[in-house]
Design a protein around this ligand. Structure first.
Ligand SMILES: Nc1ncnc2c1ncn2[C@@H]1O[C@H](COP(=O)(O)OP(=O)(O)O)[C@@H](O)[C@H]1O
Ligand SMILES: [Mg+2]
Length: 373
């Protein structure tokens, strides 16, 4: 089978690493010939994943298509789907998810627990919602890695809101953020990975440190799984999805957002689970039996983020020391240039002992740095 991936970042790179186990010819479309996935696919095409003609011409030679980022040209995918190309996730699911307004309405229409919200078109619309604050303003389209998300606590902060279609969500008193990776095959059979629990870097709003399986009360796990199943039955799309959830201070479980693709919260599944999220997506795309999502051992992920004050050709300080640690797996994404906050790689730790995970995660955070000479 000829299978294409829209986007050539690190998620595409890890997806291609898993493809090497199977009988598949891989194609990547991305507008940077040196992107992380460019040298791991069989066929690389230089082009813009948001452009109709680029996506359509890329896709029409293929049997199946998937994405590693949701900011793609959905119209081209719809045409390809009509012409018989298998597009997983479906263009209809991508259309809902890629726009945060449509996504929130989807949760509302399907009675899936999520924070209350209002839709705004202009920054000045926020004046009508003063009594709704504190809230979180999210750009409908075009946001990525925390850009496009703005906390608005008081009337004074309204000027940091977006002057474009956006959703204003009630600010949740978050006790814990978790994510569930979910897969669905063409027959509608679903699998759910054990939840991951995360901590964010307050400066860059990037995932900073993660543990899996998350430590949850049984009831919270059930609620989270029930929400995940509802999201999947509502989207009704084969593919691999990540569902980000909040557990609030009163113990309620709310969906934050869904990603229609392999996800940074599932990196650990490469070493820590029987079938990784990447392996699972290939099984779905190639119509093979679903894999086993269970964990082999608990795990932690530490992201390697470009250090503050360094821009230019990357060097990895402390790499040798980390490579000497037991049950620690280093993944560098092959990006030549670092800049503050850029995702350069991640490290997975596996251990049956959560204290060992936390200890090693902290050690790695303080040892391994993406800097320049
Ligand atoms: N309604 C909310 N209440 C409180 N915090 C929120 C809310 N929505 C988002 N956040 C915080 O902002 C982060 C980024 O928001 P998210 O919608 O996940 O955007 P992104 O597309 O950048 O991942 C979340 O992980 C969470 O920490
Ligand atoms: Mg998010």
């Amino acid at each position: 089978m000829k299978v294409g991936i829209l986007g050539g970042g690190q998620l595409g790179r890890m997806l291609l690493q898993a493809a090497a186990n199977y009988d598949v010819t891989t194609y990547v479309l991305e507008n940077d010939a040196n992107c992380p996935a460019a040298h791991l696919c069989h066929h690389f095409t230089l082009g813009n994943i948001q452009d109709f003609d680029s996506v359509y011409n890329f896709g029409k030679q293929l049997d199946a298509l998937t994405i590693e980022i949701e900011a793609v040209n959905v119209e081209a995918l719809e045409k390809l789907e009509q012409e018989g190309v298998k597009v997983y996730p479906t263009p209809a699911a991508i259309r809902i998810i890629k726009n945060k307004i449509l996504q929130k309405q989807f949760y509302q229409n399907n009675e899936i627990p999520t924070s209350e919200f209002h839709i705004t078109q202009h920054q000045s619309d926020l004046l009508q919602h003063i009594s709704f604050l504190p809230a979180v303003h999210k750009l409908g389209e075009g946001g990525y890695d925390g850009k496009g998300v703005q906390v608005i606590n008081t009337e004074k902060e309204i000027e940091s809101g977006f002057n474009a279609p956006a959703v204003l969500e009630k600010k949740v008193a978050i006790a814990k953020e978790i994510a569930l990776i979910v897969g669905m095959n063409a027959e509608g059979k679903t699998i759910i990975y054990p939840p991951a629990e995360m901590i964010f870097d307050p400066v860059y709003n990037l995932l900073d440190y993660q543990l899996s399986p998350a430590k949850l009360e049984e009831k919270q796990l059930w609620k989270a799984q029930a929400i995940a199943r509802k999201v999947m039955s509502g989207l009704n799309s084969p593919g691999l999805f990540a569902i980000e959830l909040f557990i609030d201070k009163s113990g309620d479980v709310l969906v934050n957002e869904t990603a229609p693709r392999v996800h940074n919260s599932g990196h650990h599944t490469i070493e820590a689970n029987y079938s990784s999220q990447y392996d699972m997506l290939w099984r779905i795309l190639l119509n093979y039996p679903l894999g086993n999502p269970d964990e082999i051992l608990p795990s932690a992920i530490v992201n390697i983020i470009g250090a503050e004050g360094f821009t230019g050709d990357v060097v990895y300080e402390g790499l040798d020391e980390v490579l000497k640690m037991d049950n620690v797996f280093v993944h560098l994404y092959g990006k030549k240039q670092t800049k503050p906050g850029r995702k350069m790689g991640h490290v997975t730790i596996i251990s049956s002992d959560y204290q060992d995970l936390t200890h090693k995660a902290n050690k790695i955070k303080h040892t391994l740095k993406a800097v320049t000479l």
